[in-house]
Design a protein around this ligand. Structure first.
Ligand code: C2E
Ligand code: CA
Ligand code: CA
Ligand code: CA
Length: 275
């Protein structure tokens, strides 16, 4: 074990250097990717667990860098937030998503992620609404996904943005529910339409009693307040059965489909129509 520890230390320092260098490279490439508008939304179907039909899509940002290869959003979104690039990137992704979504059947909704950092900008709501107007996508078909930390911050800006969007007819979903530190009363002081149950609970439904108890409690609470519920990351039939039997109304996950590029949506809908 001694030897292991030492060799780990020896490899640690070059790794740290690479880490810093990589981060600098990513930041530089991110600027040019945004300037070139090459980061694009892919779309993961949201399925009604009642009708077993697609009811909408969640936009998830995808970046294939010419020099760095595939960079996941868990890596570049935080860098965009730290560098202030998130506002330009978010607007760009939103414009693209709205214009893609105008080609979908009218009943489908678009879910779009907004990070707490984006919500510090009190002009965000007006920009999003003007993008809706420019692209002709109805605010009534839009759902904004925000995490608990946006509620905890309780910044005046977040409230202004969320209230403005709600007034325009946009629905508000609480993302990654159960992973943050918001109190119930903080959450209830904002009017929500939907709660999304985080994948970390869904993926342990089969092996953790705690996860089953938590998920059942979240579903009971949400249903009691008349909120829609979406479970993230459904990968197998057993998870689906548990969620359905406890009243979950919508689901997403590889069991149905991973995110697909805009051009892949017609094939997904054809496949569903022929079921
Ligand atoms: P999220 O909003 O919680 O999105 C769900 C993540 O789970 C996505 O990862 C999705 O591809 C992945 N996923 C969906 N179904 C399954 C499944 O069955 N199994 C597994 N293992 N994973 C599944 P992704 O696309 O890598 O996005 C990661 C996070 O990055 C998102 O988490 C969201 O917080 C953020 N993000 C992505 N796109 C955007 C964006 O346009 N704007 C902002 N602000 N954040 C974004
Ligand atoms: Ca989300
Ligand atoms: Ca999540
Ligand atoms: Ca998230």
């Amino acid at each position: 074990a001694q030897g292991d520890g030492r060799s780990r230390v020896r490899f640690f320092e070059p790794d740290m250097d690479m880490h810093v260098e990589r981060r600098i490279n990513i930041e530089r490439e991110l600027r040019s990717a945004i300037a070139a508008d090459i980061i694009e939304p892919h779309y993961q179907p949201v399925v009604s667990l009642v009708s077993n039909r697609i009811v909408g899509f969640e936009a998830l940002a995808r970046w294939e860098s010419r020099t760095l290869g595939h960079i996941p959003p868990d890596v570049f979104i935080p860098i965009a937030e730290e560098t202030g690039l998130i506002n330009a990137l978010g607007d760009q992704l939103f414009r693209r998503a709205c214009s893609d979504a105008t080609a979908w059947p009218k009943a489908f909704s678009l879910a779009f992620n907004i990070s707490p950092v984006q919500l510090r900008d009190s002009a965000l709501g007006e920009r999003l609404i003007s993008i809706l107007e420019q692209t002709g996508f109805s605010p009534h078909r839009l759902e904004i996904e925000i995490t608990e930390s946006a509620f905890v911050e309780r910044s005046g800006a977040a409230k202004t943005v969320i209230d403005g969007l709600r007034q325009a007819g946009v629905r508000i979903a609480l993302d990654d529910f159960g992973t943050g530190y918001a109190t119930l009363s903080q959450l209830l002081s904002f009017r929500l339409d939907k709660i999304k149950i985080d994948r970390s609970f869904v993926s342990h439904l089969d092996d953790s009693t705690d996860s089953r108890v938590i998920v059942r409690a979240i579903l009971g609470l949400a249903n009691g307040f008349g909120l829609t519920t979406t479970a993230e990351g459904i990968e197998d039939e057993g998870q689906l059965v548990y969620l359905v039997s406890n009243g979950c109304t919508e689901g997403q996950g590889y069991l149905f489909s991973g995110p697909v590029p805009a051009a892949g949506i017609p094939a997904l809908l054809d496949r569903e129509a022929s079921d």
